[in-house]
Design a protein around this ligand. Structure first.
Ligand code: AMP
Ligand code: GLY
Length: 437
């Protein structure tokens, strides 16, 4: 079976790891992949937003299954195009992808379906937006409506900061077209939770729960990033709360999508804020979260290829989705400066940890059973058998254990030993006492 994975991050490397672990007889391709992925899959040099290029490749190579990692190809309608050409693809169509690619669409969708979300207004120009923030208490939340790689949300503490952010978006156009519309919403307090489900258009199954550390610095300080680490399961998700999330958010959303003519096949990720008894939707993603997926997939016991197939074929009801009961942690090693400007092109030295990512059919990456360490590559490239930094988020070090502290100690030992210039990582991933505000 030929499988193409689209994307180039740690999430895609973790998906590839899970496919290899499934034990299926597969030929794996990845477009465009990264340095570590090139050890496990054939690299296809087509960018993930080149939909026609990917389609032509898949048709000529007779790809049996395509799995889409990032949101951009989904928002460009890759799933519709592949299906139209008779190719199997895991991920929702363009209309469903609006749940991620347009925050304005999502806010309207939630409001008209009476699903809880922060009160908001949307704006297309600086003057009206600025007049609005002047009338509001701060902090407040300013969001570029379009895709911004997890960096399009600002939480100004006062009107001066609000003005600066609106100026950056509307006048300096830092997000280009993605910032043409801005959603301004009330600031919610509480604790955050990422909840992901797989859907086949008829039924759904929850993935293991997880929590993402979104801020750049320790103690959840600094700018929002794509995510600096994750843990699974989520430490504050009781069975009771999970039931409420299903009944108040997931099921109403899936049935509203159906009523609006959208058959949702793929992963739906709900970013939620829990405030007392209330559950608010902060955002949706129409794909696996990154780096939550890395923590979740190292706990997956079932065959991930079967999960993709059952969602595509509408047979999810018959598929048994199981996770182990260990505590998983994922730490992002980044290039200092991320999510802002950073330098790249520095050689990475893995030392004794090099062995952990050379997994193939008979070596699945966790060579030391006691430590259960997994190293997924995110922003790396490989030249002449050496690995170099090639992005803001460089490597993901993951581990799992019955005891979260042991898993966290394992990843921090590895984080200290792996070297590259300008290495930066948070020191508090997996230390849960500081999370609940
Ligand atoms: P989003 O991309 O919409 O999930 O926003 C990114 C991050 O900004 C979230 O994970 C929260 O930490 C924060 N955030 C977004 N909306 C709100 C809100 N209404 N109140 C408080 N924090 C928010
Ligand atoms: N970690 C958040 C995201 O994948 O968007």
């Amino acid at each position: 079976m030929k499988i193409l994975v689209i994307g180039s991050g740690g999430r895609e490397h973790a998906i590839i790891y899970s496919i290899l672990k499934s034990g299926r007889d597969v030929v794996l391709y990845c477009a465009p992949g990264n340095g570590g992925i090139s050890d496990n899959a054939k690299i296809v040099n087509i960018k993930y937003d080149d939909i026609d290029g990917l389609l032509n490749f898949s048709l000529s190579e007779k790809i049996d299954l395509t799995v889409v990692g990032p949101e951009v190809p989904l928002s460009l309608g890759i799933a519709d195009k592949f299906l139209h050409s008779g190719l199997k693809i895991f991920g929702p169509g363009k209309k469903a992808a609006l749940l991620e690619s347009s925050k304005q669409f999502t806010k309207e969708f939630l409001k008209r379906n009476n699903i809880k979300t922060a009160d908001y207004r949307s704006f297309n120009d600086f003057e009206n937006a600025y007049a609005y923030v002047q009338s509001k208490l701060h902090p407040i939340v300013i969001k570029a409506s379009g895709l911004a790689a997890g960096k399009g949300v600002f939480i100004p503490q006062n009107i001066i900061e609000s003005k600066d952010y609106l100026d950056l978006i509307f006048n300096k156009k830092i997000f280009g077209e993605s910032g043409e519309t801005v959603v301004i919403e009330d600031y919610l307090e509480g604790f955050e939770l990422s909840y992901m489900i797989a859907s086949d258009g008829k039924t759904y199954k929850p993935l293991a729960t997880s929590m993402d550390y979104k801020k750049a610095y320790d103690g959840d300080k600094g700018e929002n990033t794509g995510g600096m680490g994750s843990i699974s399961p989520h430490p504050f998700l009781s069975a009771d709360l999970e039931e409420k999330i299903k009944k108040n958010i997931i099921e109403p959303v899936l049935s509203a999508l159906k009523n609006e003519g959208i058959v949702y096949k793929g992963i739906l990720y709900a970013g939620l804020m829990i405030k007392g008894d209330d559950i608010y939707v902060l955002e949706f993603n129409v794909r696996f979260g990154d780096p939550e997926t890395q923590s979740i997939l190292i706990r997956l016991k079932s065959d991930i290829v079967g999960l993709f197939e059952s969602c595509i074929n509408g047979t999810l009801d018959d598929y048994n989705l199981e996770f182990d009961d260990e505590q998983a942690v994922c730490l992002v090693l980044s290039s200092a400066g991320y999510p802002g400007k950073y330098e790249k092109g520095f050689e990475i030295s893995f030392g004794e940890y090099e062995k952990y990512f050379h997994y193939g059919a008979d070596n699945l990456g966790y060579m030391d059973k006691d430590k259960d360490i997994y190293i997924f590559h995110a922003g790396t490239k490989k030249i002449d058998d050496k690995y170099f930094t090639d992005g803001g988020r460089v490597l993901n070090i993951c581990s799992k254990n019955k005891d979260l502290k042991t898993a966290a100690d394992n990843i921090y030992n590895a984080a200290g030993a792996i070297q590259f210039k300008n290495k930066y990582y948070r020191q508090d991933i997996g230390i849960i006492s500081i999370i609940k505000s």
